[in-house]
Write a protein that binds this ligand. Structure first.
Ligand code: AHM
Ligand code: MG
Length: 333
């Protein structure tokens, strides 16, 4: 079988479909290279002294793992000097990171969750990197947080790397979803799945069931119906999987269908859900929609939400189209 590298794929996309401007292509290649470096650190584990926590907390008040900080540094350093970006933002940094004056500035803005699934780092379970690319507003001066406040529909690219038994990169530039596997010996990303599509129906769901007692009524109703199996209104048995790394859970859904849920609950109405809109929900929603699935916050399409804060949280329901429609319908009924 002829091997197609990420570089070749991107160049051909640029040439034939004109969906990827040259600058964006180079930016994606830099992000992919950074993910390769992160993958290398992740794989070393204790041998690279990368496990465990730092003494610091991030903006969300969460204790940072060493790998959270290392991955953040890798992405910042890799992307600072290339000239494709105006600014970056990350789960691990309180405010945005403008490109330093010593480097040329580009027209894109990059957001990322450098190491998603932090609770799985120290137990050798799949984790990942999620990223989203926006265009800088026309005529933007010194970038500010306000420049990042763009709905998910404005994304020009999104992707994630999953560091599992294999390291994979899943990418969309708005023209379907493709998956590349890292060839560790050659150091290159090889196209291994083209135009991935999520089945519209499913018999698998993913949610952290330990929060059940806190859920709102529509989520309770929906999950109760799934749990009732053959005897319930759905008339069929559902299976459940929860990896607690969004990248790994979404990757499974992309490959075999399913619905992923991280709902808001009754505990804290000022903090709807756990996942962050700008660098978790939006990029995943873009990928899932490009694969024929759907993504809502229970009421609205995630990519239509107008953001008002860099680190804002959002309830997430994404995956197989029909299931997302059903649980969303329960919220709006
Ligand atoms: P993180 O960005 O701090 O790693 O948190 C996000 C992760 C998601 O990957 C995952 O879906 C969720 O948190 C798991 O949460 P929980 O521990 O409540 O199951
Ligand atoms: Mg995360």
């Amino acid at each position: 079988m002829k091997r197609i590298s990420l570089t070749q794929y991107l160049v051909e996309e640029q040439r034939t479909n004109n969906t990827i401007p040259a600058e964006l292509r180079l930016l994606i290649e830099v992000v992919a290279r950074a993910c390769k470096t992160i993958s290398h650190s992740v794989a070393k584990g204790a041998l690279g002294d990368v496990l465990g926590s730092t003494e610091t907390e991030n903006i969300q008040g969460e204790v940072q793992k060493k790998l959270d900080v290392i991955s953040n540094e890798i992405l910042l350093e890799a992307n600072e000097w290339g000239g494709h970006l105006a600014a970056m933002a990350s789960e691990e940094m309180e405010s945005i990171h403008p490109i330093p004056n010593r480097y040329p500035k580009g027209e894109y803005m990059l957001l990322f969750d450098p190491l998603d699934g932090s609770s799985n780092i120290d137990v050798n379970v799949s984790i990942g990197t999620i990223f989203s690319v926006l265009k800088a507003p026309d005529g933007m001066g010194q970038p500010t947080e306000a420049d990042f406040m763009q709905a998910g529909t404005k994304q020009v690219a999104a992707g994630y790397a999953v560091y599992g038994p294999q390291t994979m990169l899943v990418l969309t530039t708005g023209n379907g979803v493709n998956c590349f596997t890292l060839d560790r010996e050659m150091g290159s990303w090889v196209l291994t799945q083209r135009d991935i599509k999520i089945p519209a129906t499913t018999k698998e769901f993913a949610i952290n069931m330990s929060n059940m007692r806190h859920w709102h009524e529509p989520v309770k109703r929906y999950v109760d119906e799934l749990l009732a199996g053959e005897a319930g209104p759905r008339g069929t048995n559902f299976n459940m999987r929860w990896i607690a790394s969004m990248v790994a859970d979404v990757h499974r859904i992309l490959n075999r269908g399913g619905i992923f849920m991280y709902p808001a609950d009754t505990r804290d109405t000022s903090m709807p859900g756990k996942l962050r809109l700008m660098y978790e929900a939006n990029p995943m929603a873009f990928i899932v929609e490009q694969a024929g699935g759907a993504a809502t916050d229970g009421v609205n399409r995630i990519m239509d939400i107008e953001p008002h804060k860099l680190h804002q949280r959002v309830p997430v329901f994404l995956g197989s189209r029909d299931e997302v429609a059903l649980v969303t319908g329960y919220h709006t009924a």
